[in-house]
Design a protein around this ligand. Structure first.
Ligand code: NDP
Length: 291
């Protein structure tokens, strides 16, 4: 069997066009969605992410506000900036690029963002809302994975899903979203016993581990749908958490790296900014952008 490739890049491009159309409609009502991105320090990977987020925000017609602070800035100064952005009516979404410098308390900073503008979905209120099935802002990467899965499989109800990884930004919210769609969900991590055997039972396998080509072809159930979240920089370039040569022989479909989940993450950040704008202005949620 040769697996089908789930083209996240093409899906993300379609999603961004749809968002651009909705932004144009809002412009007719005098509303311009605005996304503020805050970067602390000079981490090169974070700088690249922030630049591309700004470019794509502008491309869909939203306003982009970039705030670059020095590595030495105090937490108090950062909190004061967040407070200003919370109160700024031109700003509908606030994203603080992680990781933050070691002298900062990441949770305190994230929880200072007003939950309605928390387009990363990391605020403790949004985490709780997602877990209890309430209207939340949902973390971008798992939201993108969910969109790809629904598009490829239709209903996820009753399917066996295994998520490898239990981080707050990918693994846990991914599991919550799958559960919300009535999949039967298992979360695996570094202490899981006999991971290959567990994976072989998965109709849906999501790998969010951070280890290059970790999931082998013979761990995959024939015909399964495999979502590879991993982004690992190796001498051979960008590599996912799944061995793609092996997966392509067994899986029904999988997301490539690059060109799978990565482009969906930024597209979903724009989707969340649009959703936040609609909610702040008392408009209905844009269709198909929320779980
Ligand atoms: P974390 O390092 O926070 O979490 C990794 C998870 O993998 C942990 O839960 C860990 O278990 C688990 N793990 C590690 N080793 C093993 C093992 N041998 N067997 C089973 N589980 C293991 O990573 P993130 O969740 O932040 O990111 C995961 C990957 O996704 C990374 O490659 C990252 O770059 C990528 N990523 C991609 C994004 C995108 O846009 N495509 C966005 C965000 C992340 P334990 O908890 O027990 O330590």
């Amino acid at each position: 069997m040769t697996a089908q490739i789930i083209d996240g890049k093409a899906f993300a491009a379609r999603l961004r066009s749809r968002i651009a159309a909705e932004v144009a409609t809002l412009a007719g009502q005098g509303i311009t969605p605005g996304l503020a991105v805050v970067l602390v320090g000079e981490d090169p990977a974070s700088q690249v992410y922030v630049r591309s987020k700004g470019r794509m925000t502008r491309e869909v017609g939203m306003a982009s506000f970039e705030h670059r602070l020095s590595q030495q800035v105090s937490q108090q100064e950062l909190l004061e900036l967040i407070q200003k952005l919370n109160e700024d009516p031109a700003v509908h979404g606030i994203l603080v690029q992680l990781p933050l410098p070691a002298h900062m308390d990441e949770a305190a900073v994230i929880n200072a963002i007003t939950p309605d503008k928390d387009v990363d979905g990391f605020h403790i209120l949004n985490v709780g809302r997602l877990a209890t099935g309430q209207r939340a802002m949902v973390p971008c990467t798992p939201l993108g994975c969910l969109m790809l899965l629904r598009d490829h499989l239709g209903s996820l109800a009753g399917r066996n899903a295994v998520v490898i990884g239990r981080s707050n930004i990918v693994g846990k919210p991914m599991a919550q979203l799958l559960l919300r769609d009535s999949a039967t969900v298992t979360i695996a991590h570094s202490r899981t016993e006999d991971l290959p055997e567990l994976c072989r039972r998965a109709d849906i396998l999501v790998a969010a581990v951070g280890r290059p080509s970790f999931v082998q072809g013979d761990w995959i159930k024939p015909g399964a749908t495999v979502i590879d979240v991993g982004i690992n920089r190796t001498e051979d370039g960008l590599v996912g958490d799944v061995d793609h040569a092996g997966a392509s022989q067994v899986a029904g479909a999988f997301t490539p790296v690059p060109g799978g989940v990565g482009p969906m993450t930024i597209a979903c950040l724009l989707a969340n900014t649009l959703t936040a704008t609609a909610r702040i202005h008392g408009l209905p949620d844009p269709e198909g952008l929320t779980p």
